[in-house]
Ligand binder design. Structure first.
Ligand code: KIV
Length: 285
């Protein structure tokens, strides 16, 4: 780590440590839900670590999701299934410390909410207690209405996730667009009626997402669900051009950081080998 070699600790210490600086107010769950009524579109990105979460927050999104996509994006795994509750909390805690303005939502990992409402409250409670997150997200609609209701009754805000649920990849036979209108409508209504404050719609035809968005009073946050949703969420690595494998059609990258990182690392290696780095200005007298 860098640091000023001449820096030293003060010799005197106040008897009273300074009061912590008040942090700016984060967007609250009710404010997030109210964006729909106010006609304000919602932008949301994933983040998995402190520096990324800080940058994303300062750039001004409304929501930050600690997604279990970290299984693939950070851990290099094949899908989201191996991610544990402890791992989600490990990442959520870093993100929670970084974020001052956006609403922070954390994914409940498989199968932490499939083991009964008591265990679901225990898992979601740990996420909120240990990470400064304000809400959890879980995959499901009608099938998870009881859990959404129980968490909400316990004071734990829930974002539902309907359409393609990546945790069900084996049951679905792959990551496919979900087109069953009746089931999707039923899921959306059930999640909203159970108390969800918002819902992700993943890989749903644009016209169906538009119908669902008009049918429910809570915000729909689309990913591969077209422009009519109340908001949009993307995996931050996809947005920044950092993804090494397949990038889905619904992503519009806004940067090419992969090339930029490769360029910078190559330049460093070449300058070390040629003796150009470090120069006199990088050393100490
Ligand atoms: O895990 C995740 O990142 C997600 C979003 C892609 C919606 O669930």
């Amino acid at each position: 780590m860098g640091g000023d070699a001449t820096a030293h600790t003060p010799l005197t210490r106040s008897a009273h440590p300074p009061l912590p600086m008040p942090r700016p107010q984060r967007i609250t769950v009710p404010e997030f839900t109210a964006f729909k009524k106010g006609g304000r579109k919602i932008s949301m990105l994933t983040a998995y670590d402190f520096p990324t979460a800080r940058l994303v927050d300062e750039a001004g999104v409304e929501g930050i999701l600690v997604g279990d996509s970290l299984g693939m994006v950070v851990q290099g795994r094949e899908n989201t299934l191996p991610v544990t509750l402890d791992e989600m909390i490990y990442h959520a805690e870093m993100v929670g410390r970084a974020v001052d303005r956006a609403l922070v939502v954390v994914d409940m990992p498989f199968p932490s909410y499939h083991l009964g409402t008591h265990k679901a409250i225990e898992a979601a409670g740990r996420i909120l207690k240990e990470s400064r997150a304000q809400a959890v997200k879980l995959e499901g609609g009608a099938d998870q209405a009881g859990v959404i209701q129980a968490l909400t009754a316990a004071g734990i805000p829930v974002m539902a996730h309907c359409g393609l649920g990546p945790q069900s990849v084996h049951q679905l036979g792959g990551y496919r667009v979900q087109r069953n209108r009746d089931q999707l409508m039923n899921d959306a209504h059930a999640a909203a009626d159970a108390g969800a404050f918002a819902m992700v719609l993943e890989c749903v035809p644009s016209s169906l997402a538009e119908e669902i968005t008009a049918a429910v009073t809570i915000p729909t946050i689309g990913i591969g669900a077209g422009p009519a949703c109340d908001g949009q969420v993307l995996v931050v690595n996809d947005l920044l051009g950092l993804t090494t494998g397949h990038v889905p059609r619904f992503v519009k990258p806004q940067a090419d950081l992969k090339s930029e990182i490769t360029r910078a690392v190559k330049a460093f290696g070449e300058e070390v080998r040629s003796g150009e780095f470090p120069g006199d200005e990088h050393g100490y007298a």
